[in-house]
Design a protein around this ligand. Structure first.
Ligand code: DC
Length: 223
């Protein structure tokens, strides 16, 4: 039964380091990896490709069921995300896509349309699931739950450095404003708001490097 397959949930606000920590933790454990934010982002880009009204939950639900999302490693071992047959990885990472994802994720209908698709990732020998409601809703019975945080200023700085490396021109102040707005929207929505599960272990990653966070997370998992 899939309920007996272990899941490590890693939730938290954007920029707390969930993606990197989750991917490394999954590789170290030899477990599968679910980037649930990529599913919300994929529905967001599919909706914009189809010129849908993103304030119409019925249209978004149809789009959610119609959108094929495939996670594939490229030759370098990097995870690419294909949406309806096109490699949409770069578009998925845009701040504008994140904002659309956050807006559509506020609809309970969209969240419930994605529920089973997320649960299907629970496959042997285990799953690391990264998102906002992995430990509170999607895998509420998971034996291992982590909630990663970091100050908004540090998250803005990390994002700034990532984008600078890619040659994208942004300001720290602008990023900080976007991060605070997205945090507020994700925390205030009525369905599955961003909050730690009662049984989650809180890790504040401010001032920690990725390796230190990965070690703390893996120390929780008994294999
Ligand atoms: O983790 P991310 O930045 O890729 O997520 C993009 C948006 O999707 C985020 O602002 C909120 C939403 N999201 C969500 O509501 N629930 C999840 N489990 C994952 C993401």
């Amino acid at each position: 039964m899939s309920d007996s397959i272990p899941v490590l949930t890693i939730d938290g606000p954007s920029g707390a380091g969930k993606g990197t920590v989750s991917r490394i933790a999954a590789a170290r454990l030899g477990w599968h990896y679910l980037d649930s934010g990529a599913l919300y982002r994929a529905v967001g880009v599919a909706a914009s490709w189809a010129n849908l009204d993103i304030s119409d939950p019925a249209a978004l639900v149809r789009c959610t069921f119609d959108t094929a999302v495939v996670f594939k490693e490229d030759a370098k071992g990097d995870l690419r995300v294909w949406v309806n047959g096109s490699d949409a990885t770069d578009e998925l990472r845009l701040e504008t896509t994140g904002a659309v994802a956050s807006a559509i994720a506020a609809f309970p209908e969209v969240r419930s349309a994605l529920k089973e698709r997320q649960r299907a990732f629970r496959q042997a020998p285990g799953l690391v699931a990264d998102g906002r409601d992995m430990g509170t809703v999607i895998f509420a019975d998971a034996p291992y739950k982590v909630f990663l945080t970091a100050s908004a200023e540090e998250r803005a700085e990390r994002r700034y450095n990532q984008l600078k490396d890619k040659g994208v021109s942004v300001t720290i102040d602008g990023l900080l404003r976007e991060i605070l707005a997205r945090d507020a929207r994700d925390a205030q929505r009525t369905v599955a708001p961003l909050r730690p599960a009662e049984d989650a272990v809180l890790i504040d990653t401010t001032g920690l490097n990725i390796d230190q966070v990965v070690e703390r997370v893996l120390a929780l998992v008994k294999t």
